[in-house]
Design a protein around this ligand. Structure first.
Ligand code: AHG
Ligand code: MN
Ligand code: MN
Length: 330
């Protein structure tokens, strides 16, 4: 007999992680972040909108919700007992949590991505990169796990610990129960999500996007990185790009807590993520808030972007198209 409100087939997040043999401290950490999301949902649904009267180190006005979501997650991670260091989009430095980092994890997160979209009632999300030990300043390929929570018409949680991508949905008891296992992308897609202002596209990006349009690929762009990536992942196809622009040569999205976690998930789903020249997961961050251009989604669509950028904008000599192997993350 299943518990009230739960069908007997519903597997909750903690049980799923246990059954798939995830390390105990990592289970605790992922479940603590899932718990924190319940308070973030509450603040989105009821919190005051508008600015918090403070700004982050980008000089961007911090919305009340950005600060609130950041505080909720920090507190949870601080008290989790399994975190060595943490940093977030809203912090201007890495925060040490505990010196004895053995068996613990370091976390980089975007507490509320797309927060300005809440004012117009569009979907937003939390993005989390999890590294083993104390060091966050390393290529995303070394993550122990990556996850996001999507606050949309339904609240869903997507994670990977390097053995496939799994989706959970929040049920009426506010528990996350398993919806999809081993989510995978097709080699090529029929939707594209182009960030940035078109008249700032460089020749290579312009020709790439025109080639997608000529192919009849549909434009789907919400302005929220989490829902836009979630759409590519769950439709099993598509490409998201926030490229280098004439006025933003490094693009807009941050490597540590936006691109690395999403690149990890997309590669685990058999897709690819590139800065236009090389895999996002191989980039070594030099600064905690470093930005990078991104082309992420179906592998063939990403390889085509790299090829067109090489043709139109130079860069490493055009290599014969090689299939990119999905290296199992460390
Ligand atoms: P954040 O709200 O954390 O600063 O991130 C917003 C990002 C990302 O969600 C999205 O892909 C991108 O901003 C959209 O940028 P544009 O508004 O320039 O399209
Ligand atoms: Mn963000
Ligand atoms: Mn944010």
């Amino acid at each position: 007999m299943s518990e009230p409100g739960k069908t007997k087939f519903q597997v909750d997040l903690r049980r799923h992680l246990r059954e798939t043999g995830v390390e105990e401290n990592l289970i605790h950490l992922i479940c603590e972040i899932a718990e924190a999301s319940k308070y973030i949902i509450h603040s989105i649904r009821t919190g005051e909108l508008g600015v918090a009267g403070t700004s982050n180190l980008y000089g961007e006005q911090q919305l009340a919700l950005d600060v609130l979501a950041d505080r909720i997650l920090r507190k949870r991670l601080d008290h989790s007992g399994v975190v060595a260091n943490m940093m977030s989009e809203e912090m201007d430095q890495i925060i040490p949590v505990s010196p004895d980092w053995e068996g613990k994890y370091s976390v980089a997160f975007d507490p509320l991505d797309g927060s300005s979209l809440v004012d117009v009632n569009l979907a937003v999300g939390t993005i989390v990169a999890i590294f083993p030990g104390y060091n966050l300043m390393r290529p995303g390929r070394e993550q122990a796990a990556a996850m996001y929570i999507l606050y949309g018409p339904r609240t869903t949680l997507v994670y990977s610990v390097g053995d496939g991508v799994f989706e959970f949905g929040m049920n009426n008891l506010m528990e996350y129960t398993l919806l999809r296992e081993h989510i995978t992308l097709k080699p090529k897609g029929s939707l594209y999500s182009p960030g940035g202002v078109r008249n700032q596209y460089t020749p290579g990006v312009e020709s790439y996007v025109s080639s997608l349009e000529k192919r009849g690929v549909k434009l789907r762009y919400s302005g929220g990185f989490v829902p836009d990536i979630n759409q590519v992942l769950l439709k099993g196809e598509g490409i998201f790009l926030y490229p280098h622009l004439k006025n933003l040569p490094r693009g807009k999205l941050r490597l540590l807590f936006e691109l690395s976690p999403m690149a990890y998930l997309i590669e685990q789903a058999g897709g690819a993520a590139s800065d236009g020249k090389q895999p996002i997961l191989d980039l070594m961050p030099n600064d905690i808030h470093e930005r990078a251009p991104v082309f992420i989604g179906c592998k063939e669509d990403v390889l085509l972007a790299e090829k067109m950028l090489r043709t139109h904008e130079g860069g490493p000599a055009a290599q014969p198209e090689k299939t990119r192997t999905v290296k199992k993350s460390a």
